[in-house]
Design a protein around this ligand. Sequence first.
Ligand code: SAM
Length: 293
Amino acid sequence: MSGTLYIVATPIGNLDDITFRAVDTLKSVDVILAEDTRHSKTLVNHHEIDTPLKAFHEHNETHKAQAVIEAILEGQNIALISDAGTPLISDPGYVLVREAKKAGVNVSPIPGPSAMISAMSAAGVATDRFGFFGFLPNKKAARIKAIQAIAHIDQTAIFYESPKRILACTQDLLAVLGDERIVCLAKELTKSFETIKTDNIPNLLNYLQEDVMHQKGEFVVLISAVDKDSKVHGEEQLDKILPILLAEMGTSKAAKLAAKITGVDKKHCYQRAILTSSLSSSAVLNSKKDSIS
Ligand code: SAM
């Protein structure tokens, strides 16, 4: 009889945020696959679980998936957990689940916390439609492009950000989204310094800069959906027309015209024009580098 692969959600901070069924499952399976066995030791000790932990992370996932599937087909029950929250949500496990399903293995979720859902439940942004974008790119130019790509979707956009980049990322949000868009920074959820700030981006930047401790911890960022009737809509038009205007004229003239066409503030159009031309010149540089190499 083949066993089951359980995908078990674990806490995102507070060790008691785990379901009875998750604890029972972790106690009853033959093996727990954990992203970082040392990290998960704290959780299993806290809940008196003595099932063996084995390492299963992004670097060995492809290599180990087949052996895990064979063990399940031979009758073992195996649980997959990650360092925090729901496995596969910006965490390893996709390859294993995909291959397990191909092999006819029963895969069963044991639901529980996820930082993105927890953040959304308390952010005060629309929850009827949303998109999740994992982690945005680390490099500025790529991150700005990613923000531009999600800036105009008419649903809440959610992504994860590290304390190292939260300030730079929020500055990029301001450059692309302007100072009226409502954003939520949800940090250290379920932990002692849990903070959930929903505000315009200049106020969020003030918060991050007024105390360096405000930049510490784990963050979920939620961008409220674009309101097609508000000035924010002008941002979408800016993205479309600025590259066209900049191909024909200088930054300042392009910004003035863009402000007239869209009704967006002149100063903001100027900042966006500078950003757009610097992005397109770095793209030209990169394509030159590519063609030389
Ligand atoms: N699988 C996890 C889940 O279901 O949410 C996410 C794992 S991902 C590698 C880790 C990222 O999730 C962190 O960098 C942070 O952005 C976010 N995160 C995890 N725990 C969090 C918490 N307690 N508060 C805020 N964000 C958190």
